[in-house]
Design a protein around this ligand. Structure first.
Ligand SMILES: [Zn+2]
Length: 416
């Protein structure tokens, strides 16, 4: 392992940190990016674990290093039994009994060993970033992309599913996180959230032999789509659980135009999914609850005072038998109106997404309540249909065939 000297300049130090991350991946059979070549620093993923934290419990079962990235100083820390208290205070970041007068501190375990923060274990390192007033911290896990994927796949798709379905999931997830990193990462401290807002990441707890194999078998593979300039570009390889019969054009949900994401008729998910999951049960919300939830997330809607009606504004109709609402109009008790993407409405009214499972449904406005019924599918419906991928794999299709079905104009390219 490279030992960093305290007088390194910041850029050298950060490069050194990445080198340690990449060099640290021992070939122990676990998916950990061990064959990622040195120099692929852009393929470290910065995962937001938590923000606005004031304290946390850290556990590392070995000695480790602390990098103060402001002063470019490195500290060797001996193994500590039990947990180590992390806190933010007016003078800086406190690790155990020591206060570091810095805004950024990296906790780096050696080799590929994990650290545990608030009972969740991750590989890579932990970066703590203090806010400008030293009132709270942001906790980020910097992790090589292949190791990151090992912590994602079983959280997004059951590990017992066919290996070709898992491989298609691994390629889609790798593509998606690089796309999000490239698109938004430059403007913020992190690339992706560890939740459904991006991809669910559970770190070490999600690593399984089968999903690790899916990651390793697809090492460095991403999807790209041909652009007018002739370049094959990574795109937002969205995916969702059950499309319900037709995948949705991503433009109608996320606003992005891409020929690979225009939507396809999916005859597969209905074959496999149990009816109670494919057709979701009717659900009713009071207009008061709907108003409260919507105003919470979209304060501008408060000008409507109370939501009286929700009416479909735009719908995608496919093959004359599958319909998905893509945009809605709200009518307020004062007669004012406002519009919103239907998927945003769904997740504002029902943040779990477990009741209103999709926007392929019928909306009925009653006196004090609004009813969502005749629902089909589960999730936003754009890109790969996971249950459809499972059924395709059961019919003998491989990952490449699954991906070119759901992202029709795309192809696979290998980055490293
Ligand atoms: Zn489907």
């Amino acid at each position: 392992m490279t030992v960093l000297k305290p007088n390194f300049r910041l850029s050298e130090l950060v490069a050194g940190v990445f080198f340690i991350l990449i060099a640290a991946c021992a070939p122990n059979g676990r998916a950990s990016g061990q064959t990622v070549e040195q120099g692929h620093n852009q393929y470290t993923i910065r995962v937001l674990l938590d923000n606005d934290i004031t304290k946390a419990k850290l556990k590392i079962d070995t000695q480790y290093q602390l990098f103060d990235t402001e002063s470019a100083r490195v500290f060797d820390v001996a193994k500590t039994d039990g947990t180590i208290d992390i806190a933010i205070g007016p003078n800086g970041i406190k690790i155990g009994e020591q206060v570091f007068q810095t805004k950024r501190l990296i906790v780096q375990p050696p080799d590929d060993l994990p650290f545990t923060i608030d009972k969740r274990s991750y590989r890579g390192n932990l970066e703590l970033i203090a806010d400008s007033n030293n009132k709270s911290m942001t906790a980020i896990n910097n992790v090589p992309i292949e190791t990151y994927l090992a912590g994602v796949i079983s959280a997004e798709m059951p590990s017992y599913w066919d290996i070709e379905a898992l491989k298609s999931q691994a390629i889609a997830a790798r593509t998606y996180c690089l796309y999000i990193k490239n698109r938004f990462g430059g403007n913020r401290l992190w690339d992706v959230k560890a939740t459904q807002a991006n991809q669910v990441y559970r770190g070490v707890a999600a690593e399984t032999v089968r999903t690790d194999r899916a990651v390793n078998d697809t090492l460095g593979m991403v999807l790209c789509n041909q652009t007018d300039s002739g370049e094959c570009q990574i795109f937002g390889a969205y995916y969702s659980s059950i499309c319900g019969g037709h995948t949705e054009n991503a433009k109608n949900i996320f606003g992005e135009s891409c020929t690979a994401l225009e939507g396809v008729a999916c005859p597969y998910c209905s074959q496999l999914t149990r009816p109670s999951l494919f057709y979701w049960p009717m659900v009713t919300f009071s207009k008061n609850d709907i108003s409260e939830n919507l105003f919470d997330r979209y304060p501008n809607l408060k000008s409507l005072e109370r939501i009286e009606k929700i009416e479909p504004r735009k719908e995608s109709i496919y093959n004359n038998n599958f319909k998905r609402i893509t945009s809605v109009t709200f009518v307020g008790v004062n007669g004012k109106t406002a519009t919103l993407r239907a998927e945003d409405m769904r997740l504002a009214i029902d943040p779990t997404g477990m009741k209103i499972q999709s926007t392929s449904c019928v909306i009925i406005n009653l006196n004090d309540e609004i009813m969502f019924l005749a629902g089909r599918g589960f999730g936003h419906g754009a890109g790969l249909c996971q249950y459809g991928a499972r059924e395709m794999a059961r019919r003998g299709k491989d990952a490449q065939e699954i991906l070119s079905f759901y992202y029709p104009t795309s192809r696979i390219k290998t980055l490293y």
